[in-house]
Design a protein around this ligand. Structure first.
Ligand code: MN3
Length: 239
């Protein structure tokens, strides 16, 4: 090869990587600054399965805008702040975080926010416009076996929801071969107790105060009669 060509090649071999490094350095300079702690968003607010006004007149669009848009969003934001910089920020399923943190005093804040993110997503799916009515198939059979009748189930669910002191949730769960109604305080969730949730109603005051004021019983009754999504509950059943 002509020596001039070899020199030219040498120059290119040196220059090209240098230009490449310069381009990379420039790109790094113009890249956004690393996210500040808390700005990472490992978790996002799941979409509502229906428009915010879809559950009227039983739950107003105003309640939904606060409950979903503010309360649920805040649990997501707080969880993201708490997991930033931890292994939990890297795609660990919410369910795993809830089970891992359940009952651990030093993980209470992570548990509370993670469970509230999960509980609320489950609550939105537990309702639908034109809900209520009767479950069918195996779920209806199990309700009959476990509670006597659908009406007896509804009376027991209502009593558990009204009887939950302070903030919490009332759930229909599958536990072993049967169904149970459980009420959980604050953020607690059947997921943390090895139970399979089928349906839930949020009985924190923020869920109903704008529409029902202190009449929690009327709210839970409306949930059972007009909102409960039995198709979703059936989809959650274990074989
Ligand atoms: Mn709530």
């Amino acid at each position: 090869m002509n020596p001039h060509v070899i020199e030219l090649w040498s120059a290119i071999c040196i220059l090209v990587p240098l230009v490449g490094m310069a381009v990379v350095a420039k790109a790094q300079q113009s890249a956004p600054a690393p996210a500040a702690p808390g700005a990472a968003s490992a978790f996002t607010l799941p979409a509502l399965p229906y428009p915010q006004e879809a559950l009227e007149p039983y739950i107003s669009a105003k309640t939904m805008s606060f409950h979903y848009g503010k309360h649920h969003q805040t649990y997501v934001d707080n969880l993201n702040k708490l997991v930033a910089g931890t292994p939990w920020a890297a795609g660990v399923p919410l369910e795993t975080i809830i089970v891992d943190c359940a009952g651990k005093a030093d993980k209470a804040a992570v548990f509370n926010n993670a469970a509230q993110v999960w509980n609320h997503a489950f609550f939105w799916k537990s309702m639908k416009p034109g809900g209520g009515g009767q479950p069918t198939g195996r779920l209806m059979e199990l309700i009959g076996k476990s509670f006597g009748s659908l009406d007896q189930f509804k009376a027991a669910f209502l009593a558990a929801g009204v009887g939950q002191f302070g903030s919490g949730w009332v759930w229909l769960v599958q536990d072993g071969n049967g169904l149970k109604i459980v009420a959980t305080p604050n953020a607690d969730s059947p997921l943390a107790h090895g139970q399979t949730a089928l349906l839930t109603c949020d009985v924190w005051e923020h869920a109903y105060y704008l529409d029902y004021q202190n009449r929690r019983k009327d709210f839970v009754q409306a949930f059972l009669d007009h909102l409960a999504n039995w198709d979703f509950a059936t989809s959650q059943m274990k074989p």
